[in-house]
Ligand binder design. Sequence first.
Ligand code: AGP
Length: 605
Amino acid sequence: MCGIVGYIGGKPAAPVLVDGLARLEYRGYDSAGVAVLGSGDIRVHKDAGRVRDLEASLPKRFGGKIGIGHTRWATHGGPTKDNAHPHLSADNTVAVVHNGIIDNAGALRAELEDAGVKLRSETDTEVIAHLVASGNGKLEDKVLQALRRIEGTYGIAVIDLEHPDRIVVARNGSPIILGVGEHEMHIASDAAALVRYTRQVVHLDDGEVATVRADGYHTFTADARTTTKTAETVEWSEEEYARGDHEHFMVKEIHEQPDAVQRCLRGRLDERFHTVHLGGLNMDAREAREIRRVKILGCGSAYYAGQIGAQFIEEVARIPADAEPASEFRYRNPVVERDTLYVAVSQSGETLDTLVAVQELKRKGGRVIGLVNVVGSSIAREVDGGIYLHAGPEVSVASTKALTNMAVAFAMLGIHLGRIRDVSPADGRRLIDGLKKLPEQIASVVAQEPVLAETAKRLAQHESLFFVGRTRGYPVAREGAQKFKEISYRHAEAYQSSELKHGPLALISPDVPTVAITPQDELLDRNIGALQEIAARSGPLYVVTHPGVEIPDLAAAEIVVPKNEPELDPILLTIPLQLLAYHAAVALGHDVDKPRNLAKSVTVE
Ligand code: AGP
């Protein structure tokens, strides 16, 4: 969704800003713009459409070594040139970029109009530019005066013709990161925009403001108290954000999974005591033993990974566990229990629904840990402890390697909670050995890509598909359907195999294929029964199964994945579904990495 960049230093700002915006494209946007502070004026160039078009149309004279830029995802007003950021004050002395939503924008717009200000856009952001320009004192003072009038969420960056040596930024609910360079400073809402220039970053906290000059930064609070912030090193490099030889980020990230899982496991497996070490949980064994329930919260695919995790934890640690979409949980005034462990799961760490659920839990005294990929992200900063996923940067909107690592991290959490309860050393060893096998087994599934690509082409011909699974296989089916619909735009619906005869069987026909998760486990007979029900209605079958499973003669296409321990099988069963979705989308000619209507991190209501 929306992205912010800023630069102040010795180089021409515009190319640095445009480069940063291009690196934020993956988040999703519909318009883009930059503003540079030149000698005597602020020049703005913005438009609806792609960053590359913005770059191609940059005016020749667009000098200036201070600037801000933005990619916009329309909320207040359509995706037009006028609504694109940066926004200027009426006298063109102040320019602002903003992520977030100003709740009282309507009242402020009316007030400005009554005072004779001619508004140029339909956005909530524009009011900030006018309010700052009408303030008194240094730019920092003017920004603070404006922020006192504003209700809502924001990450902002402001430049001012009267103070041509600085950018002022502020954060409240929307990330702002400062990048510390050699005699230059960068600003971004996402580290992806600045790792090319520096890996030393400072994350602002909510309520913080910063003055950024070429030679450094000063952070302070709304009541002008200085805060002490030291730079941290971003673990991801520029190369990791590059697509390399792969045609799309999604397929690159699918191929990266063996290494990503290895990184997630590294240093955490204790083979001597057949358990795992999760130092980041910030919870001693006594506290962990007092947990009576586990509640997992995430959105979209992260929620499905949470369902895999809940089943693992309940099955292995014998603690009642369930997963719920954070987007629902936050609106239903849930009962928050002291002996429940709440787990927020998010790749980006910025998903607003999950973040608000965490904040609500904390307000009510809940203990919350995070399973998060992006270090220093909003959710990671909000929780009491957690497990970083170490999947590396994920650029594709369709999440793959982060989800796999979520499931792996849940397995480690389940083993940890189980081994301080009733799980035996032998069972601990069995599961640790299973985890160690995963990278190689995932690689062997990914190696089936050519065959899966052919299968995907066949599936892509159908307007509508079912994905079915039972118990451990059900979240796998849900994630498979989610991935397929997200990028192929086909109607893909997940169902419990057990529920088929209670309704969806009515839709089975030769036009509606079913991808059936059919593992070698204690429910194999029941799952084969479901396959027979589908075959009897002439529904085409694609069975995701294990070596040695005998599927009766149902004319089914088989996709065979290696067998692991039953509790860990869902992780492997998910991998071929990623490749089916990817190749179906490619066969249909879709823009795989930027599916229509979707953004990488969903930071709005
Ligand atoms: C995954 O393919 C989707 N793009 C989406 O469902 C995603 O998982 C969800 O929006 C949550 O994102 P997060 O993990 O960054 O919180």
